[in-house]
Design a protein around this ligand. Structure first.
Ligand SMILES: [Zn+2]
Length: 358
């Protein structure tokens, strides 16, 4: 069965390893060591994603979590405070997603210690999840055979099964106007900042509808106080759980940029990349039923949920692996107040253990 002390020890050990996105090598080495100690033979693909196989009965189930955490993720420590584990206050805790990694490691070890058969699994610990699912998007899927899977990378009470997540367009816009002396001859210039502002004023942003959102996240431009700005760059995004609506939203943002550029006689380069497709799993899909049954065996109340954020499961589904994201119970993630209840860490591990039971 799950060993709570060992689970906490694993989690504490992982939290103490620096793991900013793109710098997961120390974390990967630590996890490789823990997997080898269990007798598994982890490998890394060219991107640095960790893949390990748990031999067992039947079709393998993909078990996944990510190795990186959002900044500040250097100098982290786990402070046990009553029923909770918290960060030291000056970094994130990194329960997102080291709680998921720890739950999988503990469950895989515990199921191997138990007599009798267990389900086969393919374990993927991805890199660079927090910076646009870059690790999963570059994952060498030829190394996997699983057709069903779970990620442990969702907020909310343990038992949550996320069946719907949006597709995501990453948008980059560069406006080019014409530089001129702002005092001597402004009429000779075309302000790229004014063009960008005009374009943004014509965009519908924020919450578009129940399943669609859009945002301009950064704006950069200009060279000096006294120069009519020649360039302005916008970085933004659009998301929707409905891909047709996402197409419409991104097209509308493109139109706003092109029309503003035309009004001012400026140039515009509008780039939109579909970073990943939507996740849409039927409520009665086999993977959902498997997770519901496992949750009940683990003494948890399963419930279905949706999210406005993407995760590695979006990429798994795009590659034909029917996957859901499972709640880990971490709280106030992406902040220095991040924390997780010891009980939730244990529940997450019990849930993975139950998924491996046959
Ligand atoms: Zn995460």
């Amino acid at each position: 069965m799950i060993n709570p002390e060992r689970l906490l020890q694993t989690f504490t050990t992982l939290v103490q390893v620096d793991n900013p996105s793109g710098q997961e090598q120390a974390m990967a080495q630590t996890v490789i060591g823990l997997l080898r100690a269990q007798g598994l033979e982890p490998e890394q693909d060219a991107k640095g994603n960790l893949i390990a196989r748990l031999p067992g009965t039947g079709e393998p189930l993909l078990l996944s979590a990510h190795l990186d955490s959002v900044a500040p993720a250097v100098g982290k420590r786990a402070v046990v405070d009553g029923a909770y584990v918290r960060s030291g206050g000056d970094t994130v805790l990194g329960a997102d997603d080291l709680a998921g990694v720890s739950a999988i490691l503990e469950a895989v070890q515990a199921i191997q210690e138990r007599d009798g058969a267990h389900r086969a699994a393919e374990i993927v610990f991805s890199v660079e999840e927090e910076v646009g699912l870059k690790g999963a998007r570059a994952l060498d899927f030829s190394r996997l055979t699983a057709r069903y899977g779970v990620a442990l990378d969702l907020n909310g009470e343990v038992g949550g099964i996320c069946v719907s997540a949006p597709a995501h367009d990453q948008i980059t816009v560069t406006f080019t106007g014409k530089a001129a002396h702002a005092g001597v001859a402004p009429e000779n210039g075309i302000s790229a900042i004014v063009v960008a502002a005009d374009a943004i004023s014509q965009m519908q942003l924020g919450r578009i509808d129940a399943e669609t959102t859009a945002n301009i996240g950064t704006i950069q431009g200009g060279a000096a106080r006294n120069i009519v700005p020649e360039q302005a760059k916008l970085v933004g995004e659009a998301r929707s759980r409905n891909e047709a609506k996402l197409d419409q939203q991104t097209a509308a943002m493109r139109r706003a940029c092109e029309q503003a550029a035309a009004r001012h006689g400026a140039q515009v380069e509008f780039q939109a990349e579909r970073a990943y497709g939507p996740q849409k799993i039927a409520p009665d899909a086999p993977i959902v039923q498997l997770c519901e049954a496992a949750a009940r065996r683990a003494g948890l109340e399963p419930y279905l949920t949706e999210t406005g954020g993407g995760s590695d499961v979006n990429v798994f589904n795009t590659h034909g692996i029917e996957a859901v994201n499972l709640s880990v119970g971490y709280q106030e993630i992406h902040s220095t107040n991040e924390h997780i209840a010891l009980a939730d860490l244990e529940k997450a591990a019990r849930l993975v253990f139950a998924l491996l039971e046959v």
